[in-house]
Design a protein around this ligand. Structure first.
Ligand SMILES: [Zn+2]
Length: 348
């Protein structure tokens, strides 16, 4: 679970410090050049005092804002608070209503902009910290229809989303375009995914280790085994049991064992139009599992790699809970910001 950090920035009524450096010429000596009373939107202050300074080197003047205040009329605290209220479940129009109780008037468009800003801060923070293990999974935001897929990347170290792309996860080129800059920027070394074939060549090209979610593998393999059990000749049923056992235990030598089983099964050619016989299906299953075996057990030798993609699914679950109000966003950038924030829970 992500760590819940509810820390709002402090807002000072006036500056306690002098400016360190001139913003124009980097000069370091200043004269005070007056004081202005700046009205602000905040849950506690109605106004703050801002000093003007004149640089002794270049003679230009500038405002030196107190902590928690900048050029904007909302304080940094209010911007964060508005965004936080939205993440906690209020709608874009519900946030201004709640803040009105503190005597703050804010439009729902301001809340929209605050969300945008907070999600950018969140992304910057990720970039700074780096991400070693990245979970990837696709989703279809509610109300978007099946055609508008998104791919979500989650830092599995802390369960916070780091990026969202409007990308079909089954297209390897698109996945690569999305993943490559993230890998370079964040220093990713392991990805955790489901068993989709599109992730495998991308991981290889980018030199990443890939852990395949074992919940997914167990689900599709046990379905395949159940189907085979019904049609496979009695003399080969023991192979199904052996596969079950290997997947339950995930031993290092599993790949070799599966390959040996594959060799024991006689190859039989089917006609051009003919369907695969049960025995051929079994062969196919064995070689696929044998070839993919390493990607099932990265968690065993790489520290901090989970053996399932649950961390990513939890983030997507949080996004889905909020997508009813997220739907109000018309543009992709707004949608993306909203999804990033709602997926992050309160971990910022
Ligand atoms: Zn200067």
């Amino acid at each position: 679970m992500p760590i819940v950090v509810l820390q709002l920035p402090d807002v000072k009524r006036k500056t306690e410090t002098r400016p360190q450096k001139c913003r124009y010429c980097s000069g370091e000596t200043f004269q005070r050049w007056g004081k202005v009373k700046k009205p602000v939107r905040d849950n506690r202050c109605r106004y703050v005092f801002v000093y003007r300074y004149r640089c002794c080197t270049c003679h230009r003047t500038f405002r030196h804002h107190p902590d928690g205040v900048d050029q904007a009329d909302q304080t940094q605290r209010l911007r964060k608070l508005a965004s936080l209220l939205w993440v906690m479940g209020l709608s874009l129009r519900g946030v201004p209503t709640a803040l009105a109780a503190f005597g703050v008037s804010l439009s729902h468009m301001s809340v929209w902009r605050d969300n945008q800003e907070q999600s950018e801060l969140l992304e910057k923070q990720r970039r700074w910290q780096g991400v070693r293990v990245l979970g990837l999974d696709g989703a279809y935001p509610l109300g978007w229809g099946k055609k508008r897929a998104v791919l979500i990347a989650v830092d599995l170290g802390n369960g916070v989303p780091v990026a969202i792309g409007q990308i079909d996860e089954s297209n390897p080129q698109a996945v690569r375009r999305f993943l490559e800059p993230l890998v370079q920027r964040l220093g990713v070394s392991v990805i955790v995914t489901d068993d989709l074939t599109s992730f495998r060549p991308v991981a290889e090209k980018l030199g990443l280790e890939q852990q395949v979610c074992q919940f997914h593998v167990r689900r599709w393999v046990s379905n395949a085994l159940r189907e085979l059990q019904a049609v496979l000749a009695q003399e080969w049923q023991w192979v199904l049991e052996e596969i079950r056992r290997l997947l339950a235990e995930l031993p290092p030598e599993g790949s070799r064992r599966l390959f040996e089983l594959w060799k024991q099964i006689p190859e039989r050619r089917t006609g051009q139009a003919g369907e695969r016989s049960p025995l051929e299906q079994l062969r196919h299953l064995l070689i696929r599992l044998s070839e993919h075996w390493d990607s099932y057990r990265v968690f065993d030798w790489q520290p901090d790699v989970p053996w399932t993609n649950n961390g990513t699914e939890r983030v997507i679950g949080r996004m889905k809970m909020r997508s009813r109000t997220v739907r109000g966003y018309k543009s992709w950038s707004g949608m993306r910001a909203a999804l990033l924030l709602s997926g992050s829970g309160l971990a910022w």
